[in-house]
Design a protein around this ligand. Structure first.
Ligand code: ACO
Length: 379
């Protein structure tokens, strides 16, 4: 079979359709995001994260019995191998938590007898473990990094509440859980985003689901993707107050730099997740400092639209919403990753179910064919 080049390449694969999916629709012109046909706004205000896992993996929202089943299945596989905890304790203290999550997932593969089994049934069971244990690894490592013993997972709390419990050792107030749960739902999936796509490429070689998740997390880390929320919080201290917001935008743009939390490859209007997170942020804001962030953010938002016609993305208000919910800044990328684990697994299972190697072509622009020059004749 002859391979033909079908397109003139666009940098960053802009506009390229890389495959078929039945999981998530993004309409970047209207600013719509649907999981299996359901509007993200409805899901964020009405669903638990477990319902989203079920929806993304099964295609339908669960009834009560189905929800109870997936909730208990996730709960039963929360614990990570004790030897993995020992290894987490040996990791240098300054390792970024997202790197530790990536390494932790990679290590989990060695402890799972089902790692090489790519059957749908085994991948389903491994997906449950990935969703549950990504949260446990993050919480355990955070506590180790701060000089505390990991808190074993609870046997009764739902996924998000249990994650907060494993971080702090205290059963969280439902008012604290609610905004974090909404964040998990909103970030649950996002079509062929860079990290999901990278993971699908790994699945495309018929490698295992742990390898695909490791690929995905390595891709998520970058500040142009999942690392952007932490970058937003690093940006805020450089702004002297609300009256400096416009000047900050002008300074940043004049220096040819990006204002983090703005712009998106697909959304040409507001990212609907960002709109929900903005509401969540303003609903939960408490301290004077947090109120000031709100003023600064709204002024940055206005200035970015005036100067660049760019809207905020999920990470802009996502960052301040997580900060107000008490999530440590260094865990923001992990929160993205452990929420997106639902979507990663949905996409990986979809890829396994109808796989073909993902192998595009390139537009070669290097030197033309030439004769080899022996070492002693080279200039
Ligand atoms: N600040 C300033 N200018 C920007 C920004 C920004 N945040 N984003 C895009 N632009 C400008 C670019 O400078 C460029 O301008 P030009 O045409 O005058 O040169 C134009 O908009 C197009 O930008 P690209 O970087 O080519 O857009 P692309 O689609 O490749 O990138 C991306 C999208 C990576 C999200 C980009 O907007 C960006 O870097 N944003 C900041 C980082 C960020 O918030 N990332 C999170 C994205 S959402 C997510 O992954 C969860």
């Amino acid at each position: 079979m002859t391979q033909t080049k079908t397109d003139t390449p666009k940098k960053g694969l802009e506009g390229a359709i890389a495959g078929v999916t039945r999981i998530t629709l993004i309409d970047g012109i209207q600013g719509r995001l649907l999981f299996r046909g359901y509007r993200i706004q409805d899901l964020a205000t009405n669903c638990t994260f477990e319902e989203i896992v079920y929806l993304l993996w099964n295609g339908e929202l669960p009834n009560r019995t189905q929800l109870a089943k997936i909730t208990s299945e996730l709960r039963e596989v929360r614990s990570i191998p004790p030897r993995l905890v020992t290894i987490l304790k040996e990791i240098p203290a300054n390792a970024p938590p997202i790197d530790v999550l990536r390494s932790g997932i990679s290590l989990l593969a060695h402890f799972d007898k089902e790692t090489p089994d790519n059957s749908p049934e085994a991948n389903w069971r491994k997906s449950l473990r990935l969703v549950a244990q990504a949260a446990t690894i993050t919480a355990a490592h955070y506590r180790i990094q701060h000089g505390h013993e990991p808190v074993p997972p609870s046997n009764d709390l739902p996924h998000v509440a249990n994650f907060l419990y494993m971080l702090t050792g205290t059963k969280p107030d439902p008012a604290v859980v609610a905004p974090v749960e909404a964040y998990f739902v909103l970030l649950g999936d996002h079509d062929f985003n860079a990290s999901t796509f990278a993971g699908r490429v790994t699945v495309g070689t018929m490698s295992d689901i742990y390898a695909a998740t490791t690929t995905a997390l390595g891709t998520l880390k970058g500040p142009l993707h999942g690392g952007a929320a932490e970058a937003v919080m690093e940006m805020l201290p450089h702004i002297k107050g609300p009256n400096d917001a416009e000047a900050f935008v002008d300074r940043t743009l004049a220096a040819g730099q990006k204002v983090m939390g703005f712009g998106h490859r697909v959304y040409k209007t507001r990212d609907p997740r960002g709109t929900v997170l903005k509401q969540i942020y303003f609903k939960n804001v408490k301290t004077d400092e947090q109120k000031t962030w709100g003023e600064i953010c709204e002024r940055i938002e206005k200035r970015m639209f005036e100067k660049k016609n760019l809207n905020f993305n999920v990470d802009f208000y996502g960052a301040v919403a997580l900060a107000v919910a008490g999530i440590p800044i260094e865990l923001f990328t992990n929160l993205f990753g452990i929420s997106r684990m639902a979507g990663y697994c949905a996409h990986f299972m979809e890829q396994y179910a109808d796989n073909r190697l993902i192998r595009p072509l390139s537009d070669y622009q290097g030197p033309a064919e030439r004769d080899f020059v022996p070492l002693d004749k080279r200039k």
